[in-house]
Design a protein around this ligand. Structure first.
Ligand code: PBG
Length: 324
């Protein structure tokens, strides 16, 4: 009797064997590419804290969307930077708003590519919060929800394939569902940012989208990083309210939450590999501390292994190129 009797190493001997027994695969079809579209921009502007990612004009966004489609990516997630911000974030629900215009242009040029519209007010409000403010500076949940629903209908009308509310107000999934149904968009699915943590890893995004709160922070509506049970509760509430897909955000520091939400909901789960996660790997790779390709593919595979069906990641185009 040889010792030890079980030799797991046997299955690691050759690349073909390793491939045969691999449990988790990463494919371009799992990845969604986020893009920033800026009103009035000619061409593109680099985002300093996100090397390789630019703010785009509508024409450049259409071009990048075409590249994403050609690489086998199923969809893009759109964020807008409006020409003007105001107290109510009116640019968000303007039928001629930047994301509405970009959505129409992308769908016209690339009809099979999914356009997922992020729905939030923070890129459109002059104070940078995700909802409407009361006179004491706190965010008013219910009036914010009405505007989130209105924004969702406007984006569906523009041709968005999926509506993704990221504001973290209570009850917004039910309100968005009802508003979409009333306006004839009962076939448009909702991807709810269900378990969204108040995270330091959104820093680069806020530079990119110019959405850093002018005062305070988002801890009154986003989740405390210590809370896993609550993350599951948030996801289950959104499912009850009609979410078709749920999201955990950020991804890498919350892989346990990804697994728990997947097991609890049995719905398609998205994980958002956010701007700060991207910036960390980029900075280390650019300094020569890491092999970018190997590190990115390992990180994305880990997110899939944790239970994510969909990964939203700024690495999407690079990863799809490497995976081909
Ligand atoms: C809008 C929103 C944010 C992100 C996605 N949607 C910023 C925030 O909540 O501050 C962050 C995405 C990223 O960091 O890549 N509410």
């Amino acid at each position: 009797m040889p010792f030890p009797a079980t030799r797991l190493r046997r299955l690691r001997r050759t690349a073909v064997l390793r491939d045969l027994v691999r449990e988790t695969r990463l494919e371009p079809g799992d990845l969604v590419y986020p893009m920033f579209v800026e009103a009035g921009l000619d061409g593109r502007t680099a985002i300093a804290s996100m090397p390789g990612i630019d703010r785009l004009s509508i024409a450049e966004a259409v071009r990048e969307a075409g590249e994403a489609a050609a690489l086998g990516l199923p969809g893009v997630l759109l964020f807008g930077i409006p020409a003007h911000k105001d107290h109510e974030g009116s640019g968000a629900w303007d039928d001629e708003g930047i994301v509405q215009l970009a959505t129409r242009a992308i769908k016209e040029a690339h009809p099979d590519l999914l356009v997922i519209a992020d729905v939030c007010l923070c890129e459109y409000t002059d104070h940078g919060h995700c909802g409407l403010l009361r006179s004491d500076g706190s965010v008013d949940n219910d009036s914010s929800v009405e505007l989130i629903a209105r924004t969702s209908v406007s984006l569906a009308r523009a041709g968005a394939d999926v509506i993704a509310p990221s504001d973290m107000m209570d009850g917004r999934v039910a309100a968005v569902r009802a508003a979409l149904d009333d306006e004839g968009f009962s076939d448009i699915p909702i991807l709810a940012y269900s378990s969204k943590f108040a995270s330091a890893f959104y820093g680069p995004f806020r530079d990119a989208a110019d959405s850093t709160p002018a005062f305070g922070d988002r801890r009154a509506y986003q989740m405390d990083p210590g809370n896993g049970d609550e993350a599951v509760r948030e996801a289950l509430l959104d499912v009850e309210e009609g979410a078709d897909m749920v999201m955990v955000k950020p991804a890498l520091p919350y892989l346990d939450v990804v697994r728990r939400v997947k097991d609890a909901t049995n719905l398609p789960v998205a994980a958002y590999n956010v701007s700060g996660e991207y910036a960390m790997l980029k900075a280390a790779a650019n300094a020569g501390y890491l092999d970018e390709r190997a590190a990115v593919l390992e990180a994305l595979t880990s997110i899939r292994r944790a239970g994510a069906d969909i990964i939203i990641t700024y690495h999407a185009k690079d990863a799809a190129t490497w995976l081909q």
